[in-house]
Design a protein around this ligand. Structure first.
Ligand code: G3P
Length: 217
C-alpha cells in the first residue's frame, strides 16, 4: 500500500519524507489556502521534496477553464497529478488529460457509481472520502470495498486512493481490503508508529542494557 500525506505544510512534508514512508502528497484548495502561499509556488516546492505523485486541484468548475488551469499546473513538474472534482465537467477534463498521458486524481467520490465513472474516464486515482461518509452515518469503508470489487471485476487500472482518513484503523481496514493508496494527515502517519508495548519493551531493554555497563561502540 502506498502512503500519501494529505497536507500543504512544507515542514511536515520534509519531516515525514525523511522517514522514507511518503510515496506522494495530496493537496486540496482548503489545505492550499491554509498554507498562505502562492499555489503554483507551493506545488513546485512540494514536488521538489517528494518525487512521487503530488496532487494539485483545479479550482474552475467548467471544462474549458479546468483545461487551462491544468495546463499551468502540469508544467510545474513531471510528478504533478491534476486533481479534478467528480462532476460531469471534471470527468470530461479527466478523460482529455488522461488521453494525453497526464495523471489525474478524481476527488470528492462518495459512491461506487461515481467511482465507476472515474475509471471509465481514465483516472489514475479515485479519491473516496471515508471520514466524511462516516461523519454522516454511512460506512466509508464499505465504499472502499465496493470500489475495489468493481475495479477488480473489470481490470480497471485506476488506483483506489483512500482519502479523508481520520485514524490508523481507516488505514488498516483499507489495507485489508487491498486499496492501493491511503492519503492521511501527518499526525495519522505518526500515529502508525506507536504502540504502548513497544515503548514499554524498549524501556525494559534499555534499563537492562544500562546495568551491563557496556557500550557497542
Ligand atoms: O484531500 C481530501 C481529503 O483527504 C480531505 O479530508 O479530513 O477534510 O475530510 P477531510
Amino acid at each position: 500500500m502506498k502512503f500519501f500525506i494529505d497536507t500543504a505544510d512544507i515542514k511536515e512534508i520534509k519531516d515525514l519524507a525523511a522517514t522514507g514512508m511518503v510515496d506522494g502528497v495530496t493537496t486540496n484548495p482548503s489545505l492550499a489556502a491554509k498554507s498562505g502561499k502562492k499555489f503554483v509556488d507551493l506545488i513546485a516546492e512540494i514536488c521538489a521534496i517528494v518525487p512521487g505523485p503530488v496532487s494539485a486541484e483545479v479550482t474552475a468548475l467548467d471544462f474549458d477553464t479546468m483545461m487551462k488551469e491544468a495546463a499551468v499546473l502540469r508544467k510545474i513538474a513531471k510528478n504533478v497529478t491534476i486533481k479534478v472534482p467528480l462532476t460531469p465537467d471534471g470527468l470530461k477534463t479527466c478523460k482529455a488529460l488522461s488521453d494525453d498521458g497526464t495523471m489525474v486524481n478524481v476527488t470528492l467520490c462518495f459512491s461506487p457509481a461515481q467511482a465507476l465513472l472515474a475509471a471509465k474516464a481514465g483516472a489514475s486515482f479515485i479519491s473516496p472520502f471515508v471520514g466524511r461518509l462516516d461523519d454522516v452515518g454511512q460506512d466509508g469503508m464499505e465504499l472502499i470495498d465496493d470500489i475495489c470489487t468493481i475495479y477488480g471485476n473489470y481490470g480497471f487500472n485506476t488506483e483506489v486512493l483512500v482519502a479523508s482518513i481520520r485514524h490508523p484503523m481507516h488505514i488498516v481496514e483499507a489495507a485489508k481490503i487491498g486499496a492501493h493508496v491511503a492519503t492521511m494527515p501527518p499526525a495519522t502517519l505518526r500515529q502508525l508508529f506507536n504502540h504502548p508495548l513497544t515503548d514499554k519493551g524498549l524501556k525494559a531493554f534499555m534499563d537492562d542494557w544500562a546495568k551491563t555497563g557496556q557500550s557497542i561502540l
